[in-house]
Design a protein around this ligand. Structure first.
Ligand code: HEC
Length: 203
């Protein structure tokens, strides 16, 4: 060890480890001080100088953008008859089927025969078999039972075409379906009116 090194060696020794008294290089210190000078701009962003409108405004803008991209689905925009009409529009039903295939099959099977979720093709409905009931279940979900609230994740039009697709597969009798859940929706059942008979034919 050169003499010079001994001079630079500090007195203290921790677990036998000693260190040099090396000053930090000037360029390093200048960058460090420069970063400190910038701090107030980030902390206060007074009057939106230089760095945009400020955190609060930026946050509100982000929230508004998110809300615009994820509109709250309040309820059906179509009535029962309009959903039935939609379920006969093969282009829309095709869109619904494509979405169903990516989003719903894990629980309802590709043919809607049911797996974790109930059979969607039979006459039995837990939450009602009217088109607007089906829309409501898809839109709001049944979180406690494991059915996600798709209205929060999908666009209103997507929930509409999914509803149309579910209506379109009604009565399709897939092989090996899940046992019926819920109430049979007969035409005279007040609690769960059946999907209009016309729908069954209009695949
Ligand atoms: C994570 C599993 C899961 C996924 C994914 C899922 N579901 Fe469900 N779904 C369920 C469960 C569980 C129920 C039954 C809820 C209950 O028991 O109240 C259900 C119920 C339903 C019902 C009502 C059935 C009835 O008898 O009233 C409809 C309609 C439905 N789902 C459509 C869909 C559609 C459309 C999608 C895709 C966008 C979807 N589900 C995705 C689990 C799921």
């Amino acid at each position: 060890m050169a003499d010079n090194d001994k001079e630079r060696l500090l007195d203290h020794s921790y677990d036998g480890i000693q260190e040099y008294d090396n000053p930090l290089p000037t360029w390093w210190k200048l960058i460090f001080y420069a970063t400190i000078l910038v701090v107030p701009l980030y902390m206060w962003d007074p009057l939106g100088i230089g760095l945009g409108p400020g955190r609060e405004v930026a946050y509100q803008q982000d929230l508004a953008a998110f809300a615009a991209a994820h509109p709250q689905n309040t309820g059906p925009t179509l009535n029962d008859e309009q959903f039935v009409a939609l379920s006969k529009d093969s282009a829309k039903v095709g869109e619904g089927k494509a979405l169903f295939t990516t989003t719903c099959v894990a629980c309802h099977r590709p043919d809607g025969g049911g797996l974790i979720g109930p059979n969607l093709t039979d006459d039995f409905w837990i939450h009602g078999g009217k088109p607007t009931d089906i829309h409501k279940t898809i839109n709001e979900g049944v979180l406690a039972k494991g059915m996600p609230n798709w209205g929060k994740m999908l666009k209103p039009e997507q929930v509409d075409v999914l509803t149309a697709f579910v209506i379109s597969i009604h009565g399709s009798n897939p092989v090996n379906p899940k046992a019926p859940d819920g109430v049979q929706a007969t035409p005279d059942s007040a609690t769960a009116p059946v999907v209009p008979a016309a729908v069954k034919k209009g695949k």
